[in-house]
Design a binder for this molecule. Structure first.
Ligand SMILES: O=C(O)CCC(=O)C(=O)O
Ligand SMILES: [Fe+2]
Length: 982
């Protein structure tokens, strides 16, 4: 059945429809003369009867999308119409003698007719255009394209003539070719069709279009004649028409009439199932005379609805109106709800074909049955996890493949609703009073056992509780109707706190649901037990194992096979009028439970196509257990964070989370989101890095004496300007050796070193704001961002080392880091040729990690065409520790090089090894015959350090024999710095 009716568009949504009317959206091919009219058909106005083909696009230009998420529309769209008449297949005749055919019409505009004429009627297949260039087939869309039309059932082509070899004096003509794409040769299928081709002049010239030429033919598409070739009049002849001549264009029109009906019995297709048959199927929903499955559900009173004539309204205002929570507005987290029992009848034959879940359930020997007069079997399913509204639309989808979603959905209702605390089960168990009346329920404040309790009837492993009505449950979300009272099971360790049932007829709390404010109703696992883990991990039922044998259902056959007496006759009409549209989230949840992935996808599409910044936050909280959906919603929230974070909804949600209304998952969701919002990828580093590079370049352009006034003085401070030649990085540790190296081959670089700005002892050497405007703030901001990034990376490293994620947090929080701006001036090649000379010699850095920002990409605007070229200087090389070879770390835009440094290597006992690296000079540009010069280079290194006071000793999970003695950060770093600087 699911193949029979295709959905309009997976991304279409339900808005645009009058929500008061719940007629099935009209089929797009439905006749305008049909007895049923619908707003959703209005898109198919008569002007759409022929969809103009736009040769520049590969698809028909007129595409209708249904206004319903799951409308039964195919993509024949407005181009296909079914004449009123019989619904017999193969164009068979009905009693009234009418015969039903389908009709398709297409138009194709041909332009540049003069040029085309010259090409087609020229002797050769190429010719010269006015500007002397060669004209070929490719110059004419009409000769190039082969659009598929009529839902890809026909291919349209116009062929140029082959050169006339017979010396025929008639001008060569174009041929229109229509190929049937759907012939089933294997079954020798034939399709009769009436073909019409015509030519009109272009209506855009203002006159009413008139037929210039037309042709009607009866044609049988079959093997060997799957193409209808129709020679068109000569282009010279057509150009005799003054309007075609004037507009230099005309329109080819094609109409195809063919019988309606199942073309291939082997491949039934939606388009050929007679509409009346589908309507009959749909009409059989909730027919108590023929239905053999009885869904018992709880209908919740819509927010703010009055209970008509309720005596309870006098007893207590809370029972006469949907109760409100602590806030003045209605809250679905209310401790009270008003609900009544409803029943919907369905057919097992349909349900079993639409859902594996139902198939298993209804074929199980376990299912509750009872005989109704006439010995008819009747299955009763007490729905625990969805309310009446949701069940109705779920069944509507089963029967008709469409459903209606609410435009504005409060996700709280879906998660805090039926199955989240309120269930039909308790009404049934009550067996007192009139369960068909609106009844108010109150949860006991602080009761947190709803989920456990609700799940117990449906999915929980309840063998701990000998009284459990569901001791044989294996992951079910629907329960057959219990016939005797059994106390709801609870997996909560807390004492049972059953909520009061505040009914108008009784005030007893007996057998009322135990409920909670816990919002989420996690998916059901198909496994034999329902652990806490599976409560938070959705396991869609589709395809899950374990449904083929009996014993999966909640209630013991022996105890449950007593028939249930319904005390009062059902006062509701059947078939029931449709309730308000469904909550997409509620449908998503039950679709998962009932193994209907296509329906879940529709609901997901609806949610994601109607999400707004104002609604997204509660949806995020409500979907925390549904990985696929939650990820999409979270992406949306992150993308729209600027708007989401100022929405009222966000504020309200935060309040609800803090008062525990979203349960523990609420807090976790917030934490995950906020972490993600602060993660480097979401933080938009690019402009910050660019700005830091720009300010750094400005700094180094300052006069030498200004820079010198800021000079680096003390390794303990490690702050200030370092001119060329002062530092010589190396792996050597002996001061004398380093001094000799520096003498012979200094590093050709100047740097500016910046530390944490609030250090009480060591002060940064900031230039005057007038000399380097914005330098200080830019660098301080950059410092902070780098610190945060460091924390992130260290957390990942902690996890990788099997440590607690936050293990390093308090060992790096003092920000004893060093931000280094580097400038490598252009340098004469000869100077770099000295032995051992490099821009920066091979070395490893000293702290935990170095975040290295290379002079990534400079966009240089050249030429008037604003063409951008990209220049990367490069030069950083890292050593492969196994081969000793240095490998260029070529700058990759949008990335940061992260090097492990010495203290992390010592900490991890060399599990993480520090990276030996150097900066070599890039190829030099010749200055003259003798000399060449290397380009300038900029980089920024952020040396991340542990707290200076931290002792760096072998970490717990990094081996038993420590390779290095413990050392304090300060001792190590200051020692290294003192050696490398002059
Ligand atoms: O400039 C570079 O790319 C690297 C600089 C460096 O390794 C350092 O200063 O320690
Ligand atoms: Fe380095």
């Amino acid at each position: 059945m699911s193949d029979l009716v295709r959905t309009a568009s997976p991304l279409s949504s339900s808005p645009g429809r009058n929500s008061d009317s719940f007629e099935r959206p009209s089929f797009p091919w439905q006749s305008r003369f049909s007895r049923r009219t619908s707003s959703s058909l209005s898109a198919a106005s008569p002007s759409n009867l022929q969809a103009a083909w736009d040769p520049s696009s590969a698809r028909p230009s007129s595409r209708q999308t249904g206004s319903f998420t799951a409308s039964a529309s195919g993509s024949w769209n407005s181009t296909t119409r079914q004449h009123p008449g019989s619904s017999m297949g193969f164009g068979g005749q009905d009693a009234s003698g009418t015969r039903q055919w389908t009709f398709m019409g297409f138009e194709w505009v041909v332009r540049d007719v003069h040029k085309l004429r010259d090409f087609v009627e020229g002797v050769h297949d190429t010719t010269e255009s006015e500007d002397g260039s060669t004209i070929g087939m490719d110059d004419f869309e009409i000769l190039k394209l082969a659009p598929l039309v009529g839902d890809d059932k026909f291919k349209l082509e116009v062929q140029a003539p082959v050169p006339n070899e017979n010396g025929d004096s008639k001008p060569p003509t174009l041929t229109l070719c229509i190929t049937s794409q759907i012939l089933d040769f294997a079954h020798n299928y034939e399709m009769n069709a009436t073909m019409m081709a015509g030519i009109k002049h272009d209506e855009r010239i203002g006159a009413r279009p008139e037929w210039v030429w037309d042709e009607h033919v009866d044609w049988v598409f079959r093997r060997e004649s799957e193409v209808w070739d129709c020679p068109l009049p000569s282009l010279s002849a057509l150009l005799e028409n003054p309007r075609i001549q004037q507009s230099d264009s005309f329109t080819i029109c094609v109409q195809i009439h063919c019988p309606v009906g199942p073309l291939f019995p082997q491949h039934p297709s939606a388009y050929y199932v007679p509409r009346d048959l589908l309507e009959g199927l749909e009409a059989s929903l909730d027919n108590p005379n023929t239905g053999d499955v009885r869904f018992v559900c709880l209908e919740r009173m819509p927010p703010d609805a009055e209970i008509p004539g309720s005596p309870a309204s006098e007893a207590s205002p809370a029972t006469s109106r949907r109760p409100s929570s602590s806030t003045s507005s209605y809250s679905p987290f209310s401790l009270q709800t008003t609900a009544r029992k409803r029943v919907i009848y369905a057919h097992s034959d349909i349900l079993t074909r639409r859902s594996d879940y139902f198939a298993t359930m209804l074929s199980s020997t376990f299912s509750e049955t009872k005989l109704v007069p006439g010995d008819r079997k009747l299955y009763t399913i007490v729905v625990e996890e969805a309310d009446f509204e949701t069940v109705y639309w779920l069944l509507k989808y089963c029967y008709a493949n469409w459903l209606s979603f609410k435009d504005h959905d409060d996700p709280r209702l879906a998660v805090e609703g039926i199955g989240g605390g309120w269930s039909a089960r308790w009404l049934i168990q009550q067996q007192r009073g009139n369960e068909w009346d609106w009844t108010a329920f109150t949860k006991r404040p602080g009761d947190d056992s709803t989920v456990a309790s609700a799940r117990s009837a449906t999915s929980a492993e309840s063998n701990q509780d000998p009284n459990a009505a569901t001791s044989t449950t294996k992951g079910k979300s629907v329960a057959t109707e219990p016939s005797s009272v059994s106390s709801p099971t609870r997996s909560s360790p807390q004492a049972p706190r059953a909520p009061l049932k505040v009914s108008n007829s009784a005030t007893s709390s007996r057998q009322t649901p135990s409920t909670t404010r816990r919002p989420l109703q996690p998916p059901v696992s198909g496994s034999s037990t329902m652990s806490n883990i599976s409560r938070t991990k959705p396991v869609p039922l589709a395809g899950s194992a374990g449904y083929s044998s009996s014993g999966h259902y909640p209630l013991s056959p022996r105890t449950q096979r007593q028939s249930t007496v319904i005390s009062t006759p059902d006062p509701h009409p059947h078939p029931t009028p449709p309730p308000p549209p469904a909550s997409a989230l509620a449908i998503y949840q039950v679709a998962h439970r009932y193994g209907m992935p296509a329906l879940a996808a529709l609901a997901l599409d609806h949610m994601m196509s109607t999400i707004t910044p104002a609604t997204s936050f509660s949806l995020l909280l409500a979907t925390s257990v549904w990985d696929e959906l939650r990820t999409l919603v979270e992406d949306y929230v992150v993308e729209k964070w600027d708007e989401v974070s100022v929405s009222q909804e966000f504020e309200q949600c935060c309040q609800e989370v803090s008062s525990g209304e979203w349960g523990p998952d609420g807090g976790k969701t917030l934490m995950t989101l906020f972490r993600r919002l602060r993660s480097p990828s979401a933080m938009g580093y690019a402009p910050i890095i660019q700005n830091a590079f720009a300010k750094s370049a400005e700094f180094f352009r300052m006069p030498v004496d200004v820079k010198d006034s800021l000079q680096w003085e003390d390794p303990r401070a490690n702050r200030g300007y370092v001119k060329i030649g002062r530092e010589r990085v190396t792996q050597a540790t002996e001061a004398a050796e380093i001094a000799a190296l520096r003498e012979k081959a200094p590093d050709f670089k100047e740097t500016m070193e910046i530390g944490r700005d609030w250090d009480s002892v060591w002060k940064n050497q900031w230039p005057q704001e007038t000399d380097a405007p914005g330098f200080k703030t830019t660098m301080l901001d950059f410092f902070q961002r780098c610190h945060e990034l460091h924390v992130h990376v260290m957390r990942s490293i902690a996890l990788g080392l099997d440590l607690k994620e936050m293990f390093f947090d308090n060992k790096i929080q003092e920000q004893s880091h060093n931000l280094r701006l580097l400038s490598y001036r252009p340098i004469k090649r000869a100077l770099l040729d000295n032995e051992g000379q490099a821009r920066a010699g091979a070395h490893s850095d000293y702290g935990t990690l170095t975040l290295l920002f290379q002079d990534q990409v400079f966009s240089i605007q050249i030429s008037l065409l604003s063409k951008l070229i990209q220049l990367q200087v490069g030069g950083l090389e890292v050593q492969n520790p196994h081969t000793g070879a240095f490998i260029p770390a070529t700058p990759i835009p949008g990335t940061i090089v992260v090097n492990v440094a010495d203290l992390l290597a010592r900490w991890s006992n060399d599990v993480l090894r520090s990276t030996l690296h150097r900066v070599v000079a890039p190829p030099a540009k010749p200055l003259n015959q003798q000399e060449a010069i290397t380009p300038a280079r900029q980089s920024i290194a952020f040396f991340c350090n542990p707290n200076f006071s931290a002792e760096i000793a072998c970490l717990p999970n990094c081996g038993t024999v420590a390779k290095y003695p413990p050392i304090s950060t300060e001792a190590y770093i200051v020692g290294r710095l003192a050696a490398t600087y002059t």
